[in-house]
Design a protein around this ligand. Structure first.
Ligand code: URP
Ligand code: ZN
Ligand code: ZN
Ligand code: ZN
Length: 466
């Protein structure tokens, strides 16, 4: 048995903050006690980490990533190997990625393909949601099976991307009814893709080909409308609903209204919507392509509303939707036609730090930081309390965080396999110092000690946030 003692840090969970020592045996946290207590004084360990003046946090849980996602004729540039290593550098020790049902194929085929990409390659633990691109009788039965075994207990449907991932309202309703019956959580990409495609065609016909038009055709109203419709369909089905990557204030308002009515609807936003805006999308030349994602970045005024939603718990989770494409060779595909720019931004390495910056600036509390980035995503997707907290019995996924360190975000120093940073030059206070995953030290003050294949697949319970 190997024992590690983390001494003298400020342990922060969603529920409390306490100067405490943390005792780890093998892969688990086994005890926690006030730093000046007799109990802690008596603990022995082969290895002691001095966390004085540091935060001791649960490893981040990023519930929305797309490593190697095939999209727009190319693949997201982070593999499971590079992407999970970058996640660890940024203090995230669990990701939940999306296995895509191939068109005409089964959920099983999608999951098999994603297991093959991830197994033996991940530096941190991982789970899979399933993207359902064709709701049919066989698929509905497969949903039962996957929820039953815990292999995948959440299913993403798309109201956007006609001809690719799109589901019509009837298919969405059937999937929601099935989720209501089997406990699977329906995740929704809420944008009216049919209407958006009309606006795309009209924009291109008018010669509006620059990246900024991506933001203009993906109208806020069409996110709000789809969010409203998804909520009503979920209400008809009697199912909970989790809306992914909420970017528009009016879409958030739809969630808030539904929650005020007591409906079990939840919302996720992402750092890009909290820190970036249409100003970035309108960067000169083709630079705006770096900021093309869907839902799109919104005008700056939306940011304050999203922060408010995070404070009032109308939004519960911040995930990254990490889906990187290199500027050179990938985003390039859309020169002269914004609709061909692969959609997605890098961010898996930046999330914990950007949210800490929000703590520094007084937008959210320290405990809320941990709640939206660790505890709630773990609960929402059936991983709690194994992940998302520091408590006896939890996996020893621990981040030692220096809240006073300064850093400048840059592609020159990041670990994501992408040739730009969406946050280039941003100065942040706070930095990940040491990262443990199930008791193994992956990162120790700038030294990488992790390895591909350390991360294991995580079966999951159903939603624990209801
Ligand atoms: O632009 C994005 N978000 N790309 C990834 C696919 C998705 O819709 O989440
Ligand atoms: Zn989406
Ligand atoms: Zn996504
Ligand atoms: Zn290992």
């Amino acid at each position: 048995m190997s024992r590690i003692l983390i001494r003298g840090g400020l342990v922060i969970t969603a529920a409390e903050e306490m100067l405490a020592d943390v005792l780890i045996e093998d892969q688990q946290i086994v005890a926690l006690a006030a730093s000046d207590s007799a109990a802690a004084a008596g603990w022995q360990a082969e290895s002691v980490i001095d966390a004085t003046g540091r935060y001791v946090l649960p490893g981040g849980v990023d519930a929305h990533t797309h490593m190697e996602l095939p999209f727009g004729g190319t693949f997201a540039s982070d593999t499971f190997e590079t992407g999970t290593r970058a996640a660890a550098w940024g203090g995230t020790t669990t990701i939940i990625d999306f296995a895509v049902q191939p068109v005409g194929g089964s959920l099983r085929e999608g999951l098999d393909a994603w297991h093959a990409k991830a197994q033996g390659n991940c530096a941190v633990d991982y789970g899979f949601h399933t993207i359902v691109s064709d709701v049919n009788e066989a698929v509905l039965k497969e949903m039962d099976l996957l929820v039953g075994t815990g292999e995948s207990t959440s299913f993403k449907l798309f109201m956007a991307y006609p001809g690719v991932f799109y589901s019509d309202d009837g298919r969405i309703l059937r999937a929601m009814q099935r989720g209501a019956a089997n406990g699977g959580l329906i995740m929704m990409h809420a944008e009216n893709g049919i209407a958006i495609d009309v606006l795309v065609e009209q924009a291109l016909a008018a010669g509006h080909t620059d990246p900024r038009y991506h933001g203009e055709v993906r109208r806020e109203l069409l996110e709000a409308e789809a969010t409203h419709r998804a909520i009503k369909l979920a209400q008809v089905a009697g199912s909970p609903l989790y809306v992914v990557h909420v970017s528009a204030a009016s879409a958030l308002a739809e969630l808030a209204t539904a929650r005020d009515q007591g409906l079990p609807v939840f919302g996720e936003t992402c750092p890009q919507y909290l820190f970036l805006s249409t100003d970035d999308l309108a960067a000169p030349g083709f630079e705006g392509a770096k900021y093309v994602c869907s839902t799109p970045l919104r005008p700056r005024e939306h940011q304050a509303e999203l922060w408010k939603g995070l404070r009032t718990n109308d939004l519960q989770v911040v995930s990254t939707d990490h889906c990187p494409f290199c500027f050179t060779g990938q985003k390039d595909l859309g020169r002269g036609d914004f609709s061909k720019i692969p959609n997605g931004l890098p961010g898996v390495e930046n999330r914990m730090d950007l949210l800490h910056q929000a703590v520094v600036e007084g937008r959210i509390s320290r405990r809320r930081w941990i709640e939206i980035a660790c505890a709630t995503p773990a609960r929402m997707f059936g991983l709690y309390p194994r992940k998302g907290t520091i408590a006896p019995g939890a996996d020893a996924d621990v981040v030692i965080y220096d809240p006073a360190a300064r850093q400048t975000v840059s592609a020159a120093t990041h670990h994501m396999n992408v040739d730009y940073s969406a946050y280039e030059g941003r100065e942040l206070t706070g930095r990940v110092e040491t990262v443990l995953s199930r008791g193994s030290v992956l990162l120790d003050d700038g030294r990488w000690l992790g390895h591909a294949g350390h991360g294991v697949f995580l079966p999951r319970a159903t939603c624990q946030y209801l």
